[in-house]
Design a protein around this ligand. Structure first.
Ligand SMILES: Nc1ncnc2c1ncn2[C@@H]1O[C@H](COP(=O)(O)OP(=O)(O)O)[C@@H](O)[C@H]1O
Ligand SMILES: Cc1ncc(C[n+]2csc(CCOP(=O)(O)OP(=O)(O)O)c2C)c(N)n1
Ligand SMILES: [Mg+2]
Ligand SMILES: [Mg+2]
Ligand SMILES: [Mg+2]
Length: 320
């Protein structure tokens, strides 16, 4: 029988987990003392937190522990990048039932470490408690390197709207998993299990003069709606600019043939969350690197439109 965290005990588990988290140059003191010490050369620290709850954010039969570690880190590190900052450190709240295998916690930690290393961050601490529901509460910190944060309220009429990263793949992957079709179309389920936020594009966007930015966690329309509301503008998207990748088109075909509720590739791109693409506004005329796609412009008004109409798609709302 595999050992569980209940038999290993809290401090045994802490020792097992913290041994996996090496320091980076940003870390003065890592896990093990009452608190970690992280360098803040700019003296302003970007801080963000997101919870993941089993059953709501992930399922252990759909995602490996490594996948959940990758996703938990990515969801938080993307918020740091969306401020235009470089992620530096992560803190991990881990609440789990006593019968959780130690290997699950270790593999999860390995996923966290690997995703942090992709983003250039380190795990510097956390907490462990017993709980009936497996829950992960992450806090991520970041460094603005002296630059001002890119907020949600800076978009102005005339700005262009652009996006970098995946759109719709995670939601299509979730739909395939829900329909029991994940084995037939593995690309989207893989994107659902391990989103790949374009971390470096966040600070790069800040340097390019981004006027507002957000990571797409709940759906493109809903998240751009936060920029529209905070900036008192309308975000006018062009549907033709949202070109669906082949994997999304194929996933939609497979879902349709299996009789799943009809959703077009564009629906997934407009409403699907959890890819953690970055959506930003830039002054018109900004020369954007090729990984960015211009998808519309900022105009006077309110809300988000696609080809002039309010789209009939909704993003994720935990209580919706
Ligand atoms: N329980 C809370 N207490 C304080 N602030 C919160 C709470 N929940 C959300 N917020 C804040 O509200 C804002 C929007 O939250 P959210 O939609 O979760 O953002 P994101 O999608 O980037 O994670 C963020 O600034 C977040 O820190
Ligand atoms: C088992 C399962 N069901 C449904 C979803 C879909 N889902 C859960 S949370 C979420 C939105 C993103 O999570 P949230 O907690 O809202 O993160 P935030 O927007 O705060 O970054 C989505 C699309 C999922 N990931 N897993
Ligand atoms: Mg959040
Ligand atoms: Mg966000
Ligand atoms: Mg959300």
């Amino acid at each position: 029988m595999s050992s569980t965290i209940g038999t290993l005990g809290e401090f045994g588990l802490i020792a097992r987990i913290t041994a996996r988290f090496p320091a980076t140059d940003d870390v003065v003191l890592g896990p093990g003392d009452d608190a970690a010490v992280v360098r803040a050369p700019d003296s302003r620290v970007v801080a963000t937190t997101d919870l993941l709850v089993e059953g709501r954010h992930f399922r252990r039969d759909w995602s490996s522990p490594r996948d959940v570690g990758h996703k938990a880190a990515a969801q938080n590190l993307a918020d740091v990048a969306a401020m235009g900052a470089r992620p530096t450190a992560l803190l991990v709240g881990f609440a789990a039932p006593a019968d959780l295998p130690v290997a699950w916690a270790e593999e999860f930690s390995e996923g966290l470490r690997a995703e942090c290393s992709t983003a250039g961050a380190a795990v510097v601490g956390g907490d462990i408690v017993r709980s009936d529901t497996l829950t992960v509460a992450i806090t991520a910190l970041g460094d603005l390197r002296g630059a001002p944060p890119v907020r949600r309220d800076g978009a102005a009429p005339g700005d262009l709207v652009a996006v970098v990263g995946d759109l719709g793949l995670s939601a299509a992957g979730l739909a395939l998993l829900q329909a029991g079709l994940a084995d037939r179309e593995p690309t989207c389920p893989a994107a659902h299990r391990r989103p790949a936020p374009p971390y470096a594009a966040g600070p790069a966007a800040a340097e390019l003069g981004a006027t507002a930015m957000i990571d797409v966690s709940d759906g493109l329309v809903q998240d751009l709606g936060h920029i529209a509301a905070a900036s008192n503008v309308r975000v006018a998207l062009r549907g033709a600019a949202l070109r669906a990748p082949a994997a999304l088109v194929e996933a939609v075909g497979t879902l349709a043939r299996a009789g799943a509720p009809l959703r077009s590739p564009l629906d997934f791109m407009l409403a699907g969350g959890e890819d953690h693409a970055l959506a930003a506004t830039f002054p018109s005329g900004t020369a954007l690197p090729s990984e960015w796609t211009v998808i519309g412009e900022v105009v006077e008004g309110t809300g988000v439109t696609v080809d002039g109409s309010v789209p009939a798609v909704a993003g994720w709302d935990h209580f919706g």
